[in-house]
Design a protein around this ligand. Structure first.
Ligand code: GTP
Ligand code: SPV
Ligand code: MN
Length: 588
């Protein structure tokens, strides 16, 4: 008798008609073979799936080039398919499940002809955690199979774990013909199912990541009383040897990976890494909020990564512990066969080809590496990996940071008055769009808790759920908003950022330990200049004032934007948020 899993795979094969089916076991030996296959396999326009990079300087590293239209998440082609439109709210694209299934059936029909179907069994979360989920993704490209080995706990043990059950998370993926006209990412939350066609790009194609661990998991969290969040997760060790765990949401390409492994510039302080993109939060039996990272790898933005900004990531990339390391859509140094991107240490190489394979002319307006070019690397390579990373219980959270990218308006760090006010601060957040998704870059849009593209249901209900979680916690973490990106009148960043963000973390811990005061403003509590550690950096009082200035006129405009955004949710919006908005208006 075939198991439900075998039956499901057979049905998908009947539909997609691959030449061959390969069940992956997640071993290193298998990954080596997949890469070898990828090196010989044509992907697009005569380009192979993988190219080996210089193994002396970039050990275990391989290069992958995407189709030129397939370099970022495509939010307009991403749908949540609940029976009722109202369930998903005004911020998601909706399609009725029946219509979506029919559409996808036609697109998937015969799409794997002549290709190999890879069956990938994997866990999201530590297998011993009660929150872990057994998942199976089908794909027809070795790049996705190898990426999933890095990003998840892929193993044939998952097949045994699933056994005769049908409740595993299902993902069907094909790159199709890469045509954006025939590209869709469909989520069926009621069935734990994702179907994706036409893209090989990260968030569109690695279905355990944003599709399951955020969009569908957020829906599961609503029903089961937990949260799935777009957050980095760190432990901050103080000079006294105490470790505080902090979860931080920042929108896509706004600093989570850098934050996750920041190299402290303050003596005695050290940051331990647990995650850089996704956190599942639950209420522990002790009434505290507990966090775990369901992933096992980093799919990080390459441009800007260097020994200066993120030395621990450079070490992670060069570590030879876990095979392999992938580079997608960076530039290539033709003389040395090394990857290159804007911001990498050293001189700009003489002989570069850009991410599309064209000779790159020095001084060209175009970037050599795509602004959303990325590396894929195992978290086990990370030199600052926390000892608690593989603890199936996760870690207890002392503070939550809800960050955004604003060149104006928003101070470096603001403490919310209380949990509900913190939820309001997250809900009202706007951020500048980045190259992580296919849309115009640098436009301010509302992005509550950095979850706008990832919340799998009505965000009004999501805000309510956050408030409810807060009520159930006997020890609520403090909530803060952060912004590393405020600029002066010349467009220069006011705050040095990166390793110096430890100063902000120190202030947060000092607040938790009741060691420092804070100044009350209409938007929350801000630090006092003389109670914030600026030793070793040159930050004048004048600059500080700019960094923390609350411009009432700017905030009045902001409040109108927030009001417009909130209005869309009608009676799904919790009254607590309306009240905080009214209060803010009055105080301005
Ligand atoms: P996703 O993987 O898309 O979710 O992005 P992310 O939130 O992990 O962002 P990441 O850490 O990759 O940073 C994105 C960009 O922000 C990079 O170009 C960084 O150089 C820049 N960045 C990160 N931290 C800071 C900071 O503290 N200050 C400044 N000025 N830039 C930063
Ligand atoms: C993001 O866009 O937030 C990412 C990259 O982390 S992706 O996996 O493509 O979603
Ligand atoms: Mn992300």
């Amino acid at each position: 008798m075939a198991t439900p899993l075998e039956k499901w795979v057979e049905e998908q094969a009947d539909l997609t008609k691959p030449k061959k089916i390969h069940w992956c076991d997640g071993s290193e030996e298998e990954a080596r073979k997949l890469i070898e296959t990828g090196i010989k396999e044509e992907n697009i326009e005569g380009t192979p799936v993988f190219k080996e990079l210089n193994q002396n300087t970039w050990p275990l590293s391989y290069y992958h080039k995407s189709h030129p239209t397939d370099v970022a998440r495509t939010e307009h082609l991403t749908f949540i398919c609940h029976n009722e439109n109202d369930t998903i709210g005004p911020t998601n694209n909706w399609m009725h499940p029946d219509e979506a299934k029919e559409k996808m059936k036609n697109l998937f029909n015969g799409c794997m002809k002549g290709r190999t179907m890879y069956v990938l069994p994997y866990m999201m979360g530590h297998p011993d955690s009660p929150y872990a989920k057994a998942c199976v993704q089908i794909t027809d490209i070795s790049y996705v199979a190898v990426s999933m080995r890095i990003m998840t706990r892929m193993s044939k043990k998952v097949i045994e774990k699933i056994g005769n059950l049908n409740n595993f998370v299902k993902g069907l993926h094909s790159v199709g013909d890469f045509n954006p006209e025939r590209r869709f990412i469909m989520h069926f939350p009621e069935e734990n199912l994702v179907q994706s066609i036409g893209s090989g790009y990260g968030g569109n194609a690695l279905l355990g990541k944003k599709c399951f661990s955020l969009r569908i998991a957020s829906w599961l969290g609503l029903k089961e009383g937990w949260l799935a969040e777009h957050m980095a997760l760190i432990g901050v060790e103080t000079p006294e040897g105490k470790i505080y765990y902090i979860a931080a949401a920042f929108p896509s390409a706004c600093g989570k990976t850098n934050f996750a492994m920041l190299e402290s510039t303050l003596p005695g302080y050290k940051v331990w890494t647990l995650g850089d993109d996704i956190v599942w939060l639950n209420i522990g039996s002790d009434g505290r909020l507990w966090a775990m990272n369901p992933e096992t790898g980093f799919f990080g933005v390459a441009p800007g990564t260097s020994l200066k900004t993120n030395p621990n990531m450079m070490k992670t990339l060069k570590n030879t512990k876990f095979y392999p390391v992938l580079y997608t859509n960076t530039a290539l140094n033709l003389d040395t066969n090394e990857p290159w991107w804007e911001g990498l240490d050293g001189d700009i190489p003489e002989n570069l080809i850009d991410w599309q394979g064209k000779k790159w002319e020095r001084g060209s307006e175009n970037k050599a590496a795509h602004p959303n070019s990325r590396f894929t690397v195992s978290i086990y390579n990370c030199p600052t990996l926390s000892e608690e990373y593989d603890n199936p219980n996760g870690v207890p959270i002392s503070a939550i940071i809800l960050g955004s990218k604003r060149t104006k308006l928003l101070p470096l760090i603001v403490e919310a008055f209380n949990w509900e006010h913190g939820v309001f601060c997250g809900a009202r957040s706007g951020s500048e769009t980045t190259a992580a998704a296919a849309h115009s870059v640098g436009v301010i849009r509302r992005d509550p808790m950095a979850m706008l593209p990832f919340c799998g249901y009505n965000m009004g209900d999501y805000f309510k759920h956050w408030i409810e979680i807060g009520k159930k916690l006997t020890k609520q973490p403090k909530i803060f908003t952060a912004n590393w990106f405020r600029t002066d009148e010349n467009g220069k960043f006011l705050w040095p950022g990166f390793g110096d963000n430890i100063r902000v973390l120190k202030w947060i811990i000092d607040r938790i330990e009741n060691k420092v005061d804070a100044k009350e403003t209409p938007i929350g509590l801000i630090p006092e200049y003389n109670q914030f550690d600026l030793n070793g950096i040159n930050l004048s009082k004048e600059k500080w004032e700019k960094l923390f200035n609350i411009d009432k006129e700017e905030w009045k405009t902001e409040v109108l934007e927030v009001q417009k955004f909130f209005n869309q949710f009608g009676n799904h919006l919790p009254v607590e948020l309306t009240n905080y908005l009214e209060k803010l208006k009055t105080q301005l």
